[in-house]
Design a protein around this ligand. Sequence first.
Ligand SMILES: Cc1cc2nc3c(=O)[nH]c(=O)nc-3n(C[C@H](O)[C@H](O)[C@H](O)COP(=O)(O)O)c2cc1C
Length: 544
Amino acid sequence: MSLEKQYKVGMQTDSLCGATVCKTLEEALTHLDKALFVYEKETALFFAVGFWNGGKLSIVPDDARLLAFAPPCLPSHLGDVSFCRDLKISFPCYAGSMAHGISSEQLIRSMAIAGMLGFYGSAGLSLEELERVIIRLSSQCKDRSFGVNLLNSPEDSSREHGVVELLLKHNVQLAEASAYIIPSPALIKYRVKGVKKTAGGMIESHNHLIAKVSRLEIARRFLEPPPLKVLEQLQTNGEITPEEANLGRNLPVAQYITVEADSAGHTDHRPALSIFPAVKDLAREMHSKHKYGKSLKIGLAGGMGTPSAAAAAFSMGAAYIVTGSINQACLESGTSPQVRTLLAQAAQTDVTNAPAADLFERGGTVQVLKKGTHFAERARKLHDFYVQYISIDDIPKDQRYDLEKKVFQKSFDDIWQETKEYFRKTNPRQLEIATKNPKHKMALIFRWYLGNAVKWACVGEKDHIDDYQIWCGPAMGAFNDWAQGTIFENPAMRSAPVVALNLLYGAALLLRMEILRAQGISVENCRIPCPVNTFPEFMSTQEQ
Ligand SMILES: Cc1cc2nc3c(=O)[nH]c(=O)nc-3n(C[C@H](O)[C@H](O)[C@H](O)COP(=O)(O)O)c2cc1C
């Protein structure tokens, strides 16, 4: 039977068995806390909503024919409810780390207040600065959850070790681990520190690790228990107790895996539709192989810019969603108004790859904004020079002049002095290598530009507008498309928690629409009433 046939919509407004008959399907859909019934009576179509009363369908009158039913679908119940419960949040969404404090203290705080999570972008900060941030966040977020980025730094393992010690010292129980290929001893130490067995025999971890990965083989390493050798070594060194070493053998390295599809920054552009289900299947396999007490939870990052993207993630079985690019464009981010304005003008195709500072010599790239800045082409040119020449002195004079005058706005000699000072304090080994190898010296000078290009963007440096390095994925353009003609069109109205709640609210509406569509109801022309900046009562923050 086709339900495309022309019904007139029933306009009965009186309350019916405790239910309300809505004027339109759009209106009925917004009552996400109530069950929705579509029924036909005397050739008219009715959309009734009511509380789901012990599974009784008494809302539908006896002389009507039920066509479709959709249960309540609360945004707080999307994904995996136990993800929210374990991490003490109300909604299954977090704001991913953004280096240099772009995921700022204000962003983390506002996400926490709204019942979600944020991870502070620790990369690029000294350990002393990071400690001050952690102290402030701990006192401001009090009983609300927040986390810090634990970024792998293979060039400087003392840095990673330092971040772990700070997290343990200040009892930060949540870390987003990223850029790992193999879980390191420092990361495993963080994971097993404080693990206990409850009176009921359950193994309970004190610290939660969310590993962000985009490859199946790396996901596997995080879903396995920590290697025995590493646990034994940590115990021998006195870094963990025998009990922690013993209990740690029964835990996955990370209970939570964020699958990162095509995203801002470091990305291998994996399509969400292919990588997410593969990691999800692997998690099921690992859970049954290792008989973990708690299920493994898999979330999705990369491309999250609209309610449709969020709904797609939850439909695939994501336990939670992760936003990135769109948060940088929000008021609370630690970047400059100039960057926010550029981001608000970006289309989905206005992104490109540019050489990454940390992977410069190896040709690694990051995804950045290309519209409104010349960073990507300039950084590529630097990489071409690096490949072509042995030493900075081999660069032809006219090219060198252009670089020093027009791009760097400093001489190579001055940059080298600054670079030396920086590495003398942070990583003197780099200087030793550069003294022997002029190509390495050239790389360090070029990396000075790449590093500063992020800082110039963050502070809105007027003399370097063309050099802004702005990490950005296609999610930004998708968000801008969706925001057109709404409150979010104006960059000044973009608040990270309000944006995130809209993604969840819209996703819940869309998922209910799909349930109706699967029962034959035509929903093609149904308009979703969002974004909004005030939400119904059922969206208020309640700790789970
Ligand atoms: C400006 C910016 C900086 C970022 N810095 C980091 C970082 O330091 N560490 C990290 O794990 N992820 C970083 N990311 C990635 C985000 O945490 C998130 O995983 C990603 O942006 C999600 O994909 P999307 O950009 O498509 O939303 C950054 C993203 C942006 C936009």
